[in-house]
Write a protein that binds this ligand. Structure first.
Ligand code: BGC
Length: 348
C-alpha cells in the first residue's frame, strides 16, 4: 500500500512510498483511510524539526488527523464495515504513569507515550491501518467527510476543558475571549467560544480572504496587526500560533483573573527580550494563569464530536479550503496563500 513517509529529523525525506499492509498485531479492526488533514506538526516533521520513527525502522508514516472507513471489525467490537471512524492520536505509555493508568494519556507524566504519525508509531497517511476498538471513534453520517476535522477539534475541546477547570478556583464570569491565529485551530477554538455564548475576537496577520470571512461568519470579530492596538482585555486567551512575542503581549493584556492557554508547538531557539518584572507583577496582582495544553483524551473526542455536530456544516465545509487527491500529494504539503485546512484525499 502507499503511505506518506519521512525519515524523522531529515529534511527533504518526505515521499509517497510503498509500505507493507498493517500487521495484525496492530488490532482487529481494519480501516481504509479516506482522508488525512494536514497541520503545522506535519510541516514541522517534514522540515526535519520533529518526529520519531517506530523502533527498529527508518521511516515514519505521518498523518494524525484522519477519517477512515471500517473494512473489517470483529463482532461485538462496536464497529462494523462501512462505519466512518477517526483514530485517536496518542497511546498511553507502557509503564503506565499515573495519568496514563487512568486514561489521561494527554497528561502523560513520563514522556513515554506514543503518537500515531508523530512519535514512534506509523500514522494515518497510509491506505490502510489496523487498530484496537478502544482507540477508534465513530463519526456520525451527518458529519460525513467533515469528520476529518475531529482531531483538531479535540485539541481545542481539551484547551477549553482545561480553561474551565482552572476557572473553578474562584467565582468567574468570563465575557471576552481572544484567539490568536486564524488557522484551523484558531477557527475551531473560536467556534467553541461562540458556542459558549462568549464575545470572541480573533487576531491574525492577513487582511482579507477566507480567514477573516470565516471569523465573521461565526459571529466573532476579526482583528489584524498589533495586538495591543485592539484595546481588548480578554478573560480567556487561546494562543494558537506559538509566536513568542504574541504569547508575551497576550500575557500583558489579560483581564483580572484571566486565563491564557498556549496551544502552539513552536520551534526552539527563538529568543526575545521581555520585561519579566512587569509581567510577573501583572500576573500576581491580577491572579492570571498561563498554561500549556497538548493532545486530547477520549473525553475530548466526545466533546469535539458534539461541538462539530452543533456547528453549521456549511461553515465547517469552508474551513476545508483544499482537498488534494493522493496522486498530487506533494502539493498538499506546500502552503498556498488562502489555505485554511488542507486535506489529502486517499479515497472517496
Ligand atoms: C497533535 C497532538 C499532538 C501534538 C504534539 C499536535 O499536532 O494534534 O495530538 O499531541 O501535535 O505531538
Amino acid at each position: 500500500m502507499r503511505a506518506v513517509t519521512v525519515v524523522p529529523l531529515q529534511a527533504g525525506s518526505v515521499d509517497l512510498t510503498e509500505m507493507a499492509e498493517p500487521p495484525v498485531e496492530d488490532g482487529p479492526v481494519l480501516v481504509r483511510t479516506r482522508a488525512v488533514g494536514i497541520c503545522g506538526t506535519d510541516i514541522e516533521i517534514i522540515s526535519g524539526g520533529y518526529g520519531w520513527a517506530p523502533e527498529g525502522e527508518q521511516r515514519l508514516a505521518i498523518g494524525h488527523e484522519s477519517l477512515g472507513e471500517v473494512l473489517e471489525a470483529p463482532a461485538g467490537s462496536g464497529f462494523a464495515a462501512g462505519d466512518l471512524v477517526v483514530g485517536i492520536v496518542r497511546r498511553p505509555d507502557p509503564v503506565p504513569c499515573p495519568n496514563c493508568a487512568v486514561l489521561q494519556w494527554d497528561m502523560c507524566s513520563n514522556g513515554q507515550y506514543t503518537e500515531w504519525g508523530i512519535k514512534s508509531h506509523h500514522g494515518y497517511a497510509r491506505e490502510h491501518y489496523r487498530i484496537t476498538p478502544d482507540f477508534l471513534v465513530k463519526v456520525g453520517p451527518a458529519l460525513g467527510d467533515l469528520g476529518v476535522l475531529l482531531e483538531p477539534t479535540t485539541v481545542v475541546a481539551k484547551a477549553w476543558d482545561q480553561v474551565e477547570r482552572i476557572a473553578r478556583r474562584a467565582l468567574w464570569e468570563p465575557r471576552q475571549v481572544l484567539v490568536t491565529g486564524a488557522g484551523p485551530i484558531g477557527q475551531l477554538a473560536a467556534l467553541l467560544g461562540v458556542q459558549r455564548g462568549l464575545d470572541v475576537h480573533v487576531l491574525d496577520q492577513v487582511t482579507s480572504g477566507a480567514k477573516p470571512d470565516l471569523v465573521a461568519a461565526l459571529g466573532a470579530t476579526y482583528h489584524h496587526g498589533d495586538l495591543a492596538a485592539t484595546g481588548l482585555q480578554p478573560d480567556v486567551v487561546l494562543e494558537c500560533t506559538g509566536v513568542g512575542q504574541l504569547v508575551f503581549d497576550a500575557m500583558d493584556m489579560m483581564a483580572p483573573n484571566g486565563i491564557l492557554c498556549l496551544t502552539g508547538v513552536s520551534s526552539k531557539g527563538r529568543s526575545l527580550g521581555v520585561d519579566a518584572g512587569e509581567i510577573n507583577r501583572h500576573m500576581v496582582l491580577e491572579n492570571n494563569v498561563v498554561f500549556g495544553s497538548v493532545n486530547a483524551n477520549r473525553s475530548h473526542y466526545e466533546a469535539g464530536a458534539q461541538a462539530l455536530a452543533k456547528a453549521d456544516p456549511a461553515w465547517l465545509a469552508r474551513l476545508v479550503s483544499r482537498r488534494v487527491p493522493l496522486d498530487d500529494w506533494r502539493s498538499a504539503y506546500e502552503r498556498q496563500p488562502d489555505d485554511v485546512k488542507v486535506v489529502l484525499q486517499f479515497a472517496d
